[in-house]
Design a protein around this ligand. Structure first.
Ligand code: SF4
Length: 385
C-alpha cells in the first residue's frame, strides 16, 4: 500500500473528491462531472496515479498480440465508423477461415500469446464460419488465447444461428473462444445511440452479453468511445454503469471485466469527419477519470492505436497500467499508421517506452497473468482457462 495521497490541488473543488478517493469511497455522478469541469488536469492525474500505484505499484503490463479483422463487410452503417464497407464496394474484404487460422499460427510462432479477432456484421457468413475459425486456431496452436467478437457480433450470431446468447457463447467457448473484447459499448446513452449508432443494440443487450459471458466463466473487457457527440455527463454515467455491472459480476459470477479501454474517437474517414476529435488533455483527463470512477475493474488500458504512442506513454502517469500491445495489423482506425493497416509496436519499443516512464515492464497474457520467457519467442504461459 502506498502512502496517503498528499497533494494540495490548484482546484479547491477537488478536495472533497480527494478525501473520498483516499477513504476508498466510490465517486458519484456529480463528482465525475466536477472532475471533468476542473482545469487541474495534472492534479486529477496525480490522484489517478495514486490509485493506480496502490493497485499495481510500478508495473506496466503489455502483451504480444496480433489483431485480425476478418471482414469489414457490415450490415450496419454507424456514423462514427470508418471501417465498414458494403459487399462489392471498393475495399470490401472477407478472409477465408484458412487465412485467419494461418495468420494466427504465424503470430503464435512469432511469440504472440493472444489473437484479438473482430469484424463487421457480415450478412452472409454462417455461424459455422466462426466456430470453424476458433476450432481451427485451437488445433493449430492450442496455447494461443483467442479473444474474439464484440457483444454486437455475438448478438448478430445469435440472430443468424437462431440460438440464444448463452448457447452462442457456449458453442464459441467450446470451439476455442478464450475471452471477449470490450468493443461495441461506445457510450451507454439512448440519445447518443440514436444519433450515431442507431442500428446497434442498446446498452441492455451489451450488458446481457457480458453478464452471460461472466456467468459462463468467460472474462471480458469494456470500452468507452469518447470525443464525438456525447457530453461529459454521459461519459461519467457510462463509467458508473460499468462499475455497477462489475460489482454484480464480482458478487455473482466466476468471471468479470479485466480492463477498461477508453477509446479516443478518430473522426477521419467517418460520417463525423467534421468533428475535431478529443484533445490531448481530454484524453489524459478521461483516462484518469476512468481510473478514479471505476476502482473495481483492475486495469485501465492505454491503447496506443487510438491515443497515439506519445500520449499513451504519458498516460502511464495518469492512471493507466497497461500499454496494449504489439497489435501488428489494425484495420479499424488509423492514427499511428497514417493510412496503412500495418500498425505495429515492437516489444523492445514497448519496453523502452515503459522504462522511460520510470515503470517496470511486465509481459502478461490476456488474463493478466505474468509471462516468463526463456527465449525471445518461447513463452511460459500459464495454463489457459
Ligand atoms: S462500428 Fe461495427 S457495427 Fe457499426 S458499422 Fe462499424 S463495423 Fe459495423
Amino acid at each position: 500500500m502506498n502512502a496517503a495521497f498528499a497533494y494540495t490541488p490548484q482546484d479547491p473543488n477537488l478536495l472533497q473528491i480527494i478525501e473520498k478517493v483516499s477513504a476508498g469511497q466510490w465517486l458519484s455522478q456529480s463528482d465525475g462531472e466536477a472532475l471533468y469541469r476542473s482545469a487541474d488536469v495534472h492534479g486529477i492525474g496525480r490522484l489517478a496515479n495514486w490509485v493506480r500505484e496502490k493497485l499495481h505499484g510500478d508495473k506496466v503490463f503489455y502483451n504480444r498480440n496480433r489483431h485480425i479483422n476478418y471482414t469489414n463487410v457490415c450490415a450496419l452503417s454507424c456514423k462514427f465508423c470508418s471501417f465498414y464497407r458494403k459487399r462489392g464496394e471498393d475495399g470490401a474484404y472477407e478472409m477465408p477461415v484458412e487465412q485467419v487460422i494461418e495468420v494466427a499460427r504465424k503470430a503464435h510462432e512469432a511469440g504472440a500469446t493472444e489473437v484479438h479477432i473482430v469484424g463487421g456484421l457480415h450478412p452472409w457468413l454462417k455461424f459455422d464460419y466462426y466456430t470453424q475459425m476458433l476450432s481451427g486456431i485451437r488445433a493449430a496452436c492450442p496455447a494461443l488465447h483467442v479473444k474474439a467478437f464484440t457483444a454486437i457480433e455475438i448478438i448478430h450470431f445469435s440472430r443468424i444461428a437462431r440460438l440464444s446468447i448463452a448457447e452462442v457463447l457456449t458453442r464459441l467457448r467450446d470451439a476455442g473462444l478464450g475471452s471477449l473484447p470490450g468493443g461495441g459499448a461506445e457510450i451507454f446513452d439512448d440519445r447518443v445511440h440514436d444519433e450515431i449508432f442507431k442500428g446497434k443494440v442498446r446498452e441492455d443487450k451489451w450488458f446481457e452479453v457480458h453478464r452471460i459471458a461472466h456467468a459462463l466463466g468467460i472474462y471480458s473487457n469494456a470500452t468507452m468511445l469518447y470525443g464525438h457527440v456525447e457530453g461529459v455527463a454521459e461519459r461519467v454515467a457510462h463509467l458508473i454503469k460499468l462499475r455497477d455491472l462489475q460489482a454484480e459480476a464480482l458478487q455473482t459470477s466466476p468471471a468479470s471485466f479485466n480492463a477498461i479501454i477508453p477509446l479516443s474517437f478518430i473522426p477521419d474517414g467517418s460520417e463525423l469527419g467534421h468533428l475535431p476529435g478529443p484533445t490531448g488533455l481530454t484524453d489524459l483527463k478521461t483516462l484518469a477519470i476512468a481510473r478514479l470512477m471505476v476502482p473495481n475493474i483492475p486495469h485501465i488500458k492505454a491503447f496506443w492505436i487510438m491515443q497515439g504512442v506519445g500520449l499513451s506513454q504519458l498516460a502511464l502517469d495518469y492512471g493507466c497500467d497497461d500499454l496494449d500491445g504489439t497489435v501488428v495489423w489494425y484495420d479499424i482506425t488509423k492514427r499511428e499508421g497514417q493510412g496503412t493497416t500495418h500498425q505495429e509496436l515492437h516489444v523492445q519499443d514497448i519496453k523502452r517506452l515503459i522504462r522511460e516512464a520510470r515503470r517496470e515492464p511486465v509481459e502478461r497474457d490476456t488474463l493478466y497473468r505474468e509471462i516468463v520467457r526463456t527465449t525471445a519467442s518461447a513463452a511460459q504461459v500459464p495454463a489457459m482457462v
